[in-house]
Design a protein. Sequence first.
Length: 443
Amino acid sequence: MPETTRFRCLDGWTDPAELVGHVPGEHAFWLDAGVDAAYGWSWIGSGEPSNPPDPVVDGTSRRSPGSETGTGPFVGGWVGWAGYDGAASRAGAPAEGDAGEPDALWLRVEQFVAFDHAARRVWVAAPDDAIDDFAAQVEGWRAAASAVGVRAEGATGGLRAVARVDPERYAALVGDCRNAIRRGDAYQLCLTTRFTVRDDHPFDALAVFRRLRAASSSHHGGLIRSGERALISASPERFLGLTGGTVLTSPIKGTRRRGDDASSDDQLVRDLVTSPKERAENVMIVDLMRNDLQRVSAPGSVVVERLLEVETYPAVHQLVSSVSGSIRPGTRLSEVLAAAFPAGSMTGAPKLSAMTILHELEGAPRGTYAGCFGWVGRDGDADLAMIIRSIVVNGEQAYVGAGGGITWGSEPEAEVDEVALKARAPLAALGADLPPLWRERVR
């Protein structure tokens, strides 16, 4: 991989949604700031399969003060994902991988297009000896996109989703989680399940992502495709941001649906903010993440930057907190992941005990779901989101994972409703509805 990347600003603005369909190759990506984003960055491009990245992340490898500025945080490196099961196993928990599903998938990226939504600028990035050719290629994409526009790609519909467990069984598992908490084996457990969809022909990953982002846009959306395998996500949760030696995590714990009107919407926000169960759930994970980050941060540097703030998305309200720390000198990405991954918001706490209990209760692998995805720069900066509100595609088969945090104060019926709410939009993007018994849970 080249040590430097040249950036060139193109004239005018083009939305990434207009260009992404023209990216060639079987290994491609779109990291998305959201529909009509007014801030943040999106990236599209292609790459080649690679081993997992492991740069030093203490900030010492960042671009020099004389380097180009304003070109965005990603300077080239890797785009990809890491799944849940392998990370759980490395952390000492019992775990089995999904047959035929890779533990991780990473692309080495040297050429890409960066979109600055706030400044409305488009940058092309490539090695010095390739920047002219790549800029000309992207201008060709823009011309083609202008000629044909973005096609509306509706789902065919009528596909059948198969649930790993029915609502009655999930409610019983919530009861088992509460029993484990009562025994003192855990104080929070993130119980998950899966919905599987099959079609007669391979899913069009880009079309599925367009439908998902139209219905459930998010600041950490993404599509990463390698052959017939793809991760499609509208994740609202940043797992790890690494910037100049500072690490930030923003766990989500606490969910409410959107209201039918402004009054009911406001009432649901108030209910979320004042719920003792949701507040306790969030604070427990904040405490866990403080402990995880302390393992790789300078003493005394770990702080809670925000606590119990509401973020609103097209389908849900979420309760979000943020914890940060200063990375110790010489620390590599693998060490940060060993300390913090799988994320506490997807395990519960204490983490090892929670993962062990959940392995027994869930009775099947999570696969890519509950892992993380995003970009890792060769300079050691990174931005990784949780794989939630996501779809994993492999040819003619796809699955959607969903779950929620269980505490002693959890009500089984409410937890069932939350799973149905979270799974509905990703399934709809595939052209499938919730299975009948689950469909009854969504108002």
